[in-house]
Ligand binder design. Structure first.
Ligand code: MIG
Length: 666
């Protein structure tokens, strides 16, 4: 059952398209208790309650015991005490004797104190009392998710090839270097469907330009790679460089499409290209204009994009920078002691993503001038929507790959997200595993982490273990930062057989993973589920934080620690262990319910097949296109006679589930 309440005068987010009629809040103390000033509410947590959800955040699948702040942030430090990452996903489920879903719909900052201040209390608060509140009560956590997802609309569908392996690195600086990546993959028979282009392809980091010195033959490159079935996926940044003669800048200025400061001047801030303006993504006209700019690359044969820096990130604002320079002057010649030294350092450190700057510019949203901080969490969402709506116009009916860094619920209809700038840390491998189901609950199905970690130096074993998890994530991409140790599968020496095996297994699993993804998207279901969703009565399953169900048939238990020879795996019921050494199935063994230590070498993947379920396996391939969907082996355990396979051409955006499912007999 869904109930909707409106408090104050909330700003529309378009997260929910068809809203149920608002009810009068009668202060049901059993469910929620409201604070006196209506700027939030509290909800009592029972001892046994798990709190699921909150999408992109640090910590576990169970969010209890920490405080999270929905405030889209360009924050590359994903630490245990981090409160905000790139997304604002204000949906959670209190799951115990009852299952209550709570969605707080407001573009402003929201604080979720999930038993941090008082262990038995969930407390949600906002600056103002303007928000819509949705309460969803169902018999299970999974049913709550389904109701919520129905409310917010169908998740984005990427093209089928976007389920292949993608190689990325910030620093592929020339056409030649990109060709080299493709060559190394093909030479080593490492499967590959995508190479990502980071900011290096642009001319002075200007959106919708190409650096012709370093990529003189961009069109030819796209063509050549296409022949090898490799899609080139360029990055698009949120900020437009201030540069006379640059068409995007000039058009934006002429038509008033940029965000304005207090005085009505175009708001100037610094990001990659230096001084920039942010297009007013919330303004219908500006959004339409910016989206149509993607045509520049579509016309060159590009069919996938990733949107970055759209929290939006601010390295500095022009005004703030000036002030800091003045203040720094005051420290010159001073005897810096402990206080003044740290003040001095703080001045410079505090420049980026400064809250004052976010309060100093304006949008024109639905005919109203609105200060940025009141709609902050919508910027990335509307940037991605801008591209998606333009694709609908420019390439109707065609699926284009699109994912973003910043997001708000509602954006899940227009694109996926990646999990941002993680680090090459073992703890992040586990954290990204935990993020996956939480994101699914909020509608974000097409998602994945930078395999091997973005920041810091990776080790070979870390990249292997991370790949062994990554092959189960819809978005499978190895990405790393400029200046870090290289982490392509061939970067650690001659031998690539283990990588080839792990990635190859993904291509054997494709018909299954794609089917499960599409069923989840089209039926508002979960692709990756916590064990507690399926075995809510089993306390051990409920509190298992490092195993997941992927689709209906299988459970995974990735190794998340360095130097481990395997790990303990909890089976809530009898399952069949499937051991793969690379692409080869080397062992099938039925395991009883309970705890098992399962040895797993670096080149192995273990999959746990559920009783009375089946898993189709293809022969594999080096590209998604090469995978034969018709020649499948069916691995079974118990009475499962068939598996409902989903297939389509992978390109059409208007797909429906009916008529595409067909049972696979063994
Ligand atoms: O401030 O474009 O998250 O994936 O490689 C860094 C360079 C800007 C942040 C993205 C990352 C990307 C990087 N970008």
């Amino acid at each position: 059952m869904i109930r909707r309440y409106v408090f104050g005068n909330p700003i529309e987010t378009e997260a929910v398209l068809r809203k149920p009629k608002a009810e009068q809040w009668e202060g049901d103390e059993q469910v929620l208790a409201f604070g006196a000033n209506q700027t939030g509410f509290t909800c009592k947590l029972e001892q046994e309650d798990i709190v699921y959800g909150l999408g992109e955040n640090v910590r576990g699948i169970n969010k209890r015991g920490w405080i999270y702040v929905s405030h889209c942030s360009d924050n590359p430090n994903h630490q245990e005490d981090t409160r905000s990452l790139y997304g604002a996903h204000n949906f959670l489920i209190v799951s115990g004797k009852r299952n209550l879903g709570i969605f707080v719909d407001t573009p402003e900052q929201v604080i979720f104190d999930v038993g941090y201040t008082r262990p038995e209390l969930l407390s949600v608060s906002m600056d103002s009392g303007n928000y819509e509140l949705y309460l969803i009560e169902e018999a299970s956590a999974e049913a709550v998710v389904q109701e919520f997802r129905r409310l917010i609309g169908q998740s984005y569908l990427p093209p089928k090839w976007a389920f292949g392996y993608g190689q990325s690195r910030w620093s592929y600086r020339t056409s030649e270097e990109v060709r080299q990546v493709a060559r190394r993959f093909r030479e080593n028979h490492l499967p590959l469907d995508m190479i990502y282009l980071d900011i290096d392809y642009m001319e002075r980091y200007k959106d919708f330009t190409i650096d012709r010195e370093r990529f003189p033959d961009f069109e030819l490159l796209v063509e050549e790679l296409k022949e090898q079935k490799i899609h080139l996926v360029p990055i698009i940044d949120g900020g437009v460089k201030v540069e006379a003669g640059y068409d995007v800048y000039e058009e934006g200025v002429k038509n008033g499409y940029f965000c304005k400061d207090e005085d009505g001047e175009n708001f100037t801030l610094g990001v990659w290209p230096g001084k920039c303006h942010y297009p007013d993504m919330l303004n219908d006209e500006a959004r339409l204009w910016f989206g149509r700019k993607y045509r520049f690359l579509l016309d060159k044969g590009i069919d996938g994009f990733w949107n970055d820096m759209n929290e939006p990130a601010i390295f500095y604002s022009e005004k703030h920078l000036k002030k800091v320079f003045e203040q720094l002057e005051e420290y010159r010649g001073q005897n810096l002691d402990i206080c003044s030294f740290f003040e001095f350092c703080g001045l410079v450190q505090g420049i980026s993503n400064n809250e004052e700057d976010y309060r100093s510019f304006y949008h024109n949203y639905r005919g109203e001038r609105i200060r940025h901080d009141r709609v902050h969490n919508l910027f990335g969402y509307y940037m991605t929507r801008s591209a998606s709506e333009a694709f609908e116009e420019l390439e109707p009916g065609r699926r284009i790959l699109l994912f973003s860094r910043a997001s708000y619920i509602g954006m899940h209809r227009y694109g996926g997200i990646w999990m941002g700038d993680n680090k090459s840390w073992w703890s992040h491998l586990k954290m990204n595993l935990q993020m996956l189901p939480s994101l699914n609950m909020c509608g974000f199905l097409y998602t994945g982490a930078d395999l091997g970690g973005f920041g810091s130096d990776a080790t070979r074993d870390l990249v292997l273990r991370w790949t062994a998890l990554g092959i189960f994530m819809p978005l499978l991409r190895n990405h790393s930062a400029d200046g870090t140790r290289r982490q392509e599968p061939y970067a650690f020496g001659e031998a690539t057989e283990d990588f080839r095996g792990l990635i190859g297994l993904r291509y054997r699993l494709l018909p299954y993973l794609y089917s499960e993804f599409m069923k989840a998207a089209l039926k508002n279901g979960m692709y990756a589920r916590p064990l507690g969703f399926v075995w809510p009565e089993d306390p051990v399953a409920r509190h298992t934080e490092d195993q997941l169900l992927i689709g209906e048939s299988i459970m995974i238990a990735p190794v998340c620690e360095q130097n481990a020879i395997g790990r303990s795996v909890y089976l809530p019921e009898e399952m069949k262990l499937l051991r793969f050494r690379g692409t080869e199935l080397t062992e099938e063994r039925v395991l009883m319910r309970g705890l098992h230590f399962i040895e797993t070498a670096l080149d192995e993947v273990t999959i746990y097949l559920r009783k009375d379920h089946a898993l189709p396996l293809a022969a594999g391939g080096e590209t998604v296109e090469a995978v034969d969907w018709r020649k499948l082996a069916l691995l079974r355990f118990g009475e499962a006679a068939a598996y409902e396979l989903y297939d389509d051409d992978g390109m059409d955006s208007g797909v429906k589930l009916e008529g595409h499912l067909f049972p696979v007999q063994s």
